[in-house]
Design a protein. Structure first.
Length: 444
């Protein structure tokens, strides 16, 4: 350890934060998890990332990689190991104006990206939260407010710069290391640290964004009508439904349909949005034209001791009716979790199934249940959650890695069907002996 640390200090130009240091308390935890790592390293260059990886490997320490720090499973920190915090690698640069090609540092957040691109009237369809990291979101999917028109965040990735477990810098794209490029588009952080992404951005206008609310009593009809309409709605319309919010009256919480219409033409927007307004009794409607960057919400950091535990799955067209019927019934329970349902389809479904390691192209909806609170509250909720998911089991498939609080073998199998997993494992064998294991791990 002493020798490895001396070597690190010689070759590392960033910050080395250790227990007892002034920054350690904040640096040791991610946004959603606490930890007590032996070292938090903040590289400033790709060379620093190489030195960090070699240090962790030679010291035999557990390694966590942190971008935005939003991992519900706590991947961005650990106890007794090394955390590589990429927040200093956050540059956003347009490198080809004609092709709208953008190079983004691996530690950037989507808020930083949106703000940097807005003056150029460009955007990248990402997630929906400013503080979420580009890396964590993109490597496993990226379902955001333009997903039905432009696809997942990973669908817009043109190339990447990856530092592997050996400390080698590898470029991955359609022509260069194509198997690695396939794997990092859905396979998460299993193959190395992405220090830079290249994305194909698109010209953007302001967008119509906001929410339309309906009474809780109309949940069943509103949900079914919403899902049915999304099958024929224009790709410019992306939508998310949230209901049974325990912080807003639980069973009596309104059904809130959030939506974004990608365009600034009020007539086209009205044509796309009005069918949703007609689904039931509207109790609130704040849809308005605003900059795309303003659709991204601020990410909340829960106080110490409070956990947020989501679980996700997908529903295809044949099972949507049953899934929404069950969720509408669950909503009426006093112990219902928060339920969120996201429309997918559109551009996501038009990418060939085997083009990337993201394995859920034909899903129509992605839904999430979530509970929050101190550990006793989480434990008390488990029987209710298990009962809900038991009812859903015959009608659902898969899981979305970005909305999971665990990384069990069952979780990994849900994210990666057997054929996808086998292909990922072959790529893993080439690039990583499993130094990068703090993730939804694909074993080499």
């Amino acid at each position: 350890m002493s020798s490895a640390l001396k070597t690190l200090r010689r070759h590392f130009g960033g910050s080395i934060i250790e227990p007892g240091g002034a920054e350690y308390e904040s640096a040791s935890r991610s946004r959603l998890a606490s930890g007590s790592p032996a070292y938090v390293l903040r590289p400033k260059t790709v060379g620093d990332v190489q030195a960090s990886i070699r240090f962790a490997a030679s010291a035999g320490l557990v390694l966590s990689v942190r971008g935005g720090g939003h991992s519900f499973a706590g991947f961005g920190t650990n106890d007794g190991g090394v955390v590589i915090d990429l927040s200093e690698l956050a540059n956003v640069e347009i490198i080809d104006k004609e092709r709208h090609l953008v190079r983004i540092g691996g530690g950037a957040t989507w808020g930083q990206v949106a703000d940097a691109l807005a003056p150029h009237a460009l955007a990248i369809s990402s997630g929906d939260t400013k503080s979420v990291g580009v890396g964590g979101l993109t490597l496993t999917g990226g379902i955001g407010w333009k997903v039905r028109k432009y696809g997942l965040a990973l669908d817009q990735m043109a190339a990447a710069e990856v530092v592997t477990a050996s400390g080698q810098v590898v470029h991955a794209g359609a022509e260069e290391n194509p198997q690695l490029f396939w794997a990092i588009r859905g396979g998460g952080g299993n193959f190395g640290i992405v220090t830079a992404f290249e994305f194909a951005a698109h010209p953007t206008t302001d967008v119509f964004y906001g929410k339309i609310a309906f009474p809780a009593s109309e949940a069943a009809t509103v949900l079914q009508g919403w899902a049915g309409y999304l099958r024929t709605a224009p790709d410019e319309l992306t939508s998310v439904v949230e209901f049974a919010n325990p912080f807003a009256d639980g069973p009596e919480a309104p059904v809130e349909i959030y939506l974004a219409f990608d365009g600034d033409d009020p007539q086209l927007a009205a044509q796309a949005i009005d069918p949703i307004r007609q689904l039931g009794t509207v109790t609130g409607d704040d849809i308005a034209l605003q900059p795309y960057a303003d659709t991204l919400a601020d990410g909340a950091t829960p106080p110490p001791g409070i956990r947020f535990v989501p679980r996700s799955a997908f529903a295809d067209q044949e099972s949507v009716h049953e899934v929404l019927q069950i969720l509408a019934e669950v909503r009426a329970s006093e112990r219902s979790p928060l339920i969120t349902v996201r429309s997918v389809g559109g551009a996501v479904s038009r990418v060939p199934e085997d083009a990337t390691a993201y394995a859920h192209r034909q899903a129509e909806l992605m839904f999430v249940t979530a509970v929050a609170g101190p550990e006793p509250v989480i434990e008390a909720a488990r029987p209710v959650l298990e009962a809900i998911w038991g009812r859903l089991a015959p009608h659902i498939s898969g899981a979305y890695a970005n909305f999971l609080a665990a990384a069990t073998d069952e979780d990994v199998a849900a994210i990666y069907p057997a054929q996808t997993y086998q292909r990922l494992a072959a790529v893993k064998r080439r690039y990583d002996p499993n130094l990068f294991a703090r993730n939804h791990n694909v074993r080499p």
